[in-house]
Structure formats: structure tokens, C-alpha cells
Design a protein around this ligand. Structure first.
Ligand SMILES: [Zn+2]
Ligand SMILES: [Zn+2]
Length: 344
């Protein structure tokens, strides 16, 4: 089969590999029907994910059809259409029992697919702990509708869940990349008084304004003044930092009102400064990522009910054979790209 493979730093290549096989009783083999490219794939390509193993098939956002299951897999069967979870988790350890699946203590736990074990930019993928890692897609939900359920929608949903947004809140979302927009989609479900999205790219600000006219957009240079002018208590009640820029963490807590919650979803390239003397008395609550991706069934229900629609994020479509082109467009943010769908 064809598999897009991490060869060495800076180099991915489409190579022929044998089809994956069941290795344990809780595995499933999924025939990938649709996949996507995530910014984390680019982090692997650029060598900033040290635990990524050269030679592995990349890709951790995908949907497909169950081809084969191990003897102990109970919740999915051959022929089921499924969304694949970015995270591998056992479901039984201390952390899994608390829903903190990102910290599953299993050796395969956490982000393994397309990083430490073969992922889904390929025709087939082996999914360990298939009962946890696969969610059946309702018949009325298309592959494209379900494509982001296991990764960026899971992230947005989790970020909103831990941020405890209330009806009177002003919510500031920093960053309107794919994960920022998914966070926005999930935040809108809470119907807060107002949502402000801060984004540097004019193209992405326009995307947000066009698709979500009820949302205010602002550029970073005037974000703080804008939030102060458009909030009821001297800053945002909830800030979600999804940008991960050089100065966006500082912006996040500066735009928060006293006693606000600041949720850090972003991954940073560099350490960030927490200037406690400057924020003394502001009594902020900080919450940090990564995603506990255990809400996929709920997200699929919301998609089925028409409450979440991530289809507008798919701006480009490519066959697996042309995935290198898809990477070029995605990596260089050409042609207004938000997300790419890869058909196999
Ligand atoms: Zn990802
Ligand atoms: Zn676990």
C-alpha cells in the first residue's frame, strides 16, 4: 500500500509498504477513506517532535472503514465506518479512569499514531485499543463531516469543556488557524454573550467574519484595547490561547479580567514567561493542554444534530497520490488553505 513516510528531518515521501496487521487482541485495522494534514505533521517534518520515529507513516487525522478487529475488540466490527482518535489510550489506568486520557500510562498511550507508530496518511492503519480509539460515525454524518472529530475538533471541544464558559461571558479566542476555528465552533455551542477572535492573518479574519458573522474579529496589535472596550468587567471572562505565537501567551493573560480563566491550548516552540509579580492580585486560573480526546462520540452526536459543522474548514481536496502537493499548499499557507482532505 502507499504510505506517506517520515524519512528524515525535512523529508516525507510516499513509499510502498506492506499492509499493517493485527498485533494484539485490542487492535483494529482500518481502511482509510479520508485523511488530513495537521500542523503537528509539519512539526515532525521540521524535527521539532523528538519522539517521532523516522520510517513511520505520518498522519493522525482520518476516518475509514474497519477492515479487521482483534479478538478483544467489542465496540466496532468489520464494515463499520469510524472516526480515528489522535490519542491512543487504554481506558483502564488511573488517568484514563479520570478522563485524563492524554496522560494514559500505557507505553503506547498519548499521541502515538503517526508519531511513534504508523499513522493514517496511507491506505490502511492499525489502531491499538480500538475500543477507545475508534468511534462509529452515524449514518447521516459524512466522512468529510467527521474528518476532524478525532483531533482538532476533539481539541476545541476539550478546551471549551475545561474553560467552563457561562452565558454572560465574553470569550476571547486567540488564533484562527484550524484548531482555533474548531475551538470557536465548540465555544459557540455555549452561547456566551460575545466571542472575540484575535488573528494576525487578514485572510483568516475574513474567513471567520464570513462564516460566523456573530463573532467579532480583531488583529493582535489592537486586541487588548478592543477586548477592554467590548467586555463588561475589564477584560475577557475566558481566554483561550490557540495561537502559540511569540507574544500570544502574554496577550492571553493581559486580555483576561481579574479572576478569569486562561486556557492554553497552543503548543509553543519556546518557553513562555509567567511574570507573577505583574499578575499578582489578578487571581487568574490557568489551564493547559494537550487534549484529552475522549469526547468523540459526543462530538459526532453534535455533528449529526447539525450543531457543529466543520466542513467549511476543508478548503482543498487531494488524492493520496498527490499528497506532496497538498503538503506544499498547507505548509506554505497558499491559496487560502485552512485544511486539506486527502482521499484514498
Ligand atoms: Zn493534529
Ligand atoms: Zn490509560
Amino acid at each position: 500500500m502507499l504510505a506517506y513516510t517520515y524519512i528524515e528531518q525535512g523529508k516525507f515521501e510516499l513509499v510502498e509498504k506492506p499492509r499493517p496487521k493485527i498485533l494484539g487482541p485490542r487492535d483494529a485495522i482500518v481502511r482509510v477513506t479520508l485523511g488530513s494534514i495537521c500542523t503537528s505533521d509539519l512539526h515532525i517534518k521540521h524535527g521539532s517532535v523528538p519522539r517521532a520515529v523516522p520510517g513511520i507513516t505520518v498522519g493522525h487525522e482520518m476516518v475509514g472503514i474497519v477492515e479487521e478487529t482483534g479478538a478483544d475488540v467489542a465496540t466496532v466490527k468489520r464494515g463499520d465506518r469510524v472516526a480515528v482518535n489522535v490519542e491512543t489510550f487504554c481506558g483502564t489506568c488511573f488517568f484514563c479512569q479520570h478522563g485524563w486520557v492524554n496522560n494514559c500510562t500505557d507505553p503506547d498511550g498519548g499521541w502515538a499514531l503517526g508519531c511513534r507508530i504508523d499513522g493514517g496518511q496511507a491506505e490502511y492503519v492499525r489502531v491499538p485499543y480500538a475500543d477507545q480509539g475508534l468511534s462509529r460515525i452515524p449514518d447521516r454524518v459524512s466522512d468529510e463531516q467527521a474528518l476532524f472529530v478525532g483531533d482538532i475538533l476533539a481539541t476545541g471541544f476539550w478546551a471549551v469543556r475545561i474553560s467552563e464558559i457561562g452565558a454572560d461571558d465574553t470569550v476571547l479566542i486567540i488564533g484562527a488557524g484550524p484548531t482555533g476555528i474548531c475551538t470557536l465552533l465548540c465555544a459557540r455551542l455555549k452561547r456566551p454573550r460575545r466571542i472575540i477572535v484575535c488573528e494576525r492573518s487578514a485572510e483568516r479574519r475574513r474567513f471567520v467574519s464570513e462564516h460566523y458573522p456573530d463573532v467579532m474579529v480583531v488583529e493582535p496589535d489592537c486586541c487588548k484595547e478592543f477586548v477592554m472596550a467590548h467586555s463588561d468587567h475589564g477584560g475577557a471572562d475566558v481566554v483561550m490561547e490557540v495561537a502559540g505565537g511569540d507574544d500570544t501567551f502574554r496577550m492571553a493573560w493581559e486580555c483576561a479580567r481579574p479572576n478569569a480563566t486562561v486556557t492554553v491550548v497552543a503548543m509553543y516552540d519556546r518557553p513562555q514567561v509567567l511574570p507573577l509579580p505583574d499578575m499578582y492580585g489578578k487571581n487568574l486560573t490557568f489551564k493547559t493542554g494537550g487534549v484529552d480526546g475522549c469526547d468523540c462520540a459526543e462530538i459526532l452526536r453534535l455533528i449529526e444534530a447539525g450543531k457543529i459543522d466543520a466542513i467549511p474548514l476543508i478548503t482543498h481536496r487531494y488524492p493520496l497520490k498527490e499528497i506532496a502537493d497538498a503538503y506544499r499548499i498547507f505548509e506554505n499557507r497558499l491559496d487560502g488553505v485552512i485544511k486539506v482532505a486527502i482521499t484514498t
